[in-house]
Design a protein around this ligand. Structure first.
Ligand SMILES: NC(=O)c1ccc[n+]([C@@H]2O[C@H](COP(=O)([O-])OP(=O)(O)OC[C@H]3O[C@@H](n4cnc5c(N)ncnc54)[C@H](OP(=O)(O)O)[C@@H]3O)[C@@H](O)[C@H]2O)c1
Length: 194
């Protein structure tokens, strides 16, 4: 089975952005030490258009070969005229309203999201699946998530967009690893307890 990993940046109080999902306040933590970590451990999570400027243009995928985004998250790229934000991965976008895909590398999932993700997870071999977010699609897929990689930045929002747009749904995960950085960021990796 291939793992579905929710790899997500969040505040100390558990928000992935402000009430509208804007996560730009977290960009200040992308310093040299932290970017080196991302380039070394998770190079494929850097969007295609930022890879060359960050010196990551030719880095091989390490953990993931597939990315899944919700329409809300994908639209951030579309607004910039980018139709394939993770061109170095197989791209899936969950949406019932987008209609036909704007890019040959992007497949739209408009029906049975959970079933489609289960089939992707059941594929033989390959690397894992990067669940990019946002909140709604992560909520819809909460039961399917095998691993959490939570990049917590030392910032409090007060209110904002939660990691999962769900009702009360208590699920337990076990801690596998913690990395700490000079800028106060923590990256924690958890597996689902089954
Ligand atoms: N902090 C971080 O690391 C991080 C990472 C990613 C995103 N974000 C933020 O998250 C925000 C977006 O989050 P969001 O919760 O508003 O949106 P989202 O989860 O990215 O996308 C929501 C959309 O996904 C589609 N969708 C959801 N469930 C579905 C299902 N079961 N079947 C088919 N389609 C489904 C729907 O699209 P349709 O309405 O078209 O049907 C829905 O409107 C962005 O502002 C971004 O900045 C933050």
């Amino acid at each position: 089975m291939r793992k579905l990993t929710y790899f997500i940046a969040c505040s100390l109080d558990g928000f992935i952005g402000d009430e509208h999902g804007d996560a730009s306040a977290m960009l200040r933590f992308l310093d040299e030490e932290y970017l080196d970590f991302l380039k070394t451990e998770f190079p494929e999570t850097l969007p295609t258009h930022s890879r060359v400027p960050l010196g990551a243009g030719d880095l091989e995928n390490k953990r993931f070969d597939t990315v899944l985004q919700g329409r809300g998250s994908y639209e951030l790229a579309l607004k910039e005229g980018i139709t394939s934000p993770y061109a170095h991965l197989r791209e899936y976008v969950a949406s019932r309203t987008l209609g036909a895909s704007r890019d040959p590398n992007v497949e739209i999932i408009d029906d049975d999201l959970v079933g489609r993700v289960r089939r992707l997870k059941a594929e033989d071999g390959g690397l894992g699946i990067f669940l990019c977010g946002g909140s709604q699609v992560a909520g819809a897929l909460l039961d399917e998530i095998d691993e959490l990689v939570i990049k917590t930045y030392p910032i409090v929002y007060g209110k904002g967009m939660p990691m999962f747009a769900t009702g009360l749904d208590i699920q337990e995960f076990g801690l596998d690893a913690v990395r700490r950085f000079g800028n106060g960021a923590l990256v924690r990796t958890y597996h689902r307890k089954r």
